[in-house]
Design a binder for this molecule. Structure first.
Ligand code: CAA
Length: 258
């Protein structure tokens, strides 16, 4: 893999989009590599994934404008499908994914961050959907996920104006959970990942699935989704050990993912 790097530290995977010459812009090759890495990720060994961009200037500066500049309608649609397929894989990955946004998260970059479960960013981060300024719509989920994450009115303003926002504004509208000095961003992401990795993996995964599926369902169906997720955790070794430790007033043992 040349454009996507994957490292593992304990239970935490760190996936880096590595195309710094183009501010980590996503061409077809980068997207295909991303899909392939996600398809082959060992989600038993890795309990939490952090996604970031190479360098200290850009998370991902969007889809590759040079590649898109000559596409036909049909090719444009296919390119959109490729990005959407890759980002949906991030979204439905069984384990939680944290976006550590270390700079520009524009167009496809913001869309990649929005496919993650949690977003934190550096003080220099810039977010936006500049597509209409280029004569296209957001194409890797931006017309869908932004309005679900922040208010529909704010999402529409960002998309229609193509204007970028900085980290404090992203924090204010709830697009990111926290802002850190650049030098502290990865440490904060790893600390957050470690806290998640310390919890019972079966329960964390079931929670992710229930939250994601439930958001798309009417409440009466959603609470049934929750009942199934809740029930699925019982009789697991980790559930027994976790509750036994609580009742014995001890810290829970390291969870075994069983
Ligand atoms: N596609 C292709 N190349 C890109 C790129 C992109 N999205 N973003 C940056 N680059 C390239 C630049 O062309 C430049 O390459 P050269 O050195 O070969 O000229 C290199 O990265 C460095 O970029 P800049 O010189 O422009 O750096 P800067 O610091 O002056 O500006 C920036 C940084 C504001 C992020 C600017 O690069 C920029 O505006 N980039 C485009 C952002 C954008 O519009 N993204 C949305 C793309 S459309 C999309 O994503 C569609 C979708 O929904 C799927």
């Amino acid at each position: 893999m040349s454009y996507i790097q994957l490292e593992q530290e304990g239970y935490v995977g760190i996936l880096t989009v590595n195309r710094p010459k183009a501010l980590n812009a996503l061409n077809s090759e980068v997207l295909s590599e991303l899909e392939s890495v996600l398809d082959n990720l060992d989600t038993d060994a890795i309990r939490v994934l952090i996604i970031t961009g190479a360098g200290d200037k850009s998370f991902v500066a969007g889809a590759d404008i040079a590649e898109m500049s000559t596409l036909s309608k049909e090719e444009g649609e296919e390119f959109g499908r490729l990005g959407n397929r890759a980002f949906r894989k991030v979204e439905v990955l069984p384990i939680p994914v944290i976006a550590a946004v270390n700079g520009f998260a524009l167009g496809g970059g913001n869309e990649l961050a929005m496919s993650c479960d949690i977003r934190i960013c550096a003080e220099n981060a810039v977010f936006g959907q500049p597509e209409v300024g280029l004569g296209i719509t957001p194409g890797f989920g931006g017309t869908q996920r932004l309005a679900r994450l922040v208010s529909p009115g704010y999402a529409k303003q960002l998309v229609y104006t193509a204007k970028n926002i900085k980290a404090p504004e992203a924090l204010r509208i709830g697009l990111v959970n926290a802002v850190y000095p650049q030098a502290e961003l990865m440490g904060a992401a790893k600390k957050l990942a470690a806290a998640i990795a310390d919890a019972a993996p079966i329960a964390v995964r079931a929670s992710k699935k229930a939250i994601n599926e439930g958001l798309e369902q009417p409440m009466d169906v959603a609470i049934e989704t929750e009942a199934k997720a809740f029930g699925s955790c019982f009789e697991s070794e980790d559930q027994r050990a976790g509750m036994k430790a609580f009742l014995s007033k001890e810290k829970h043992p390291p969870y075994q993912n069983r």
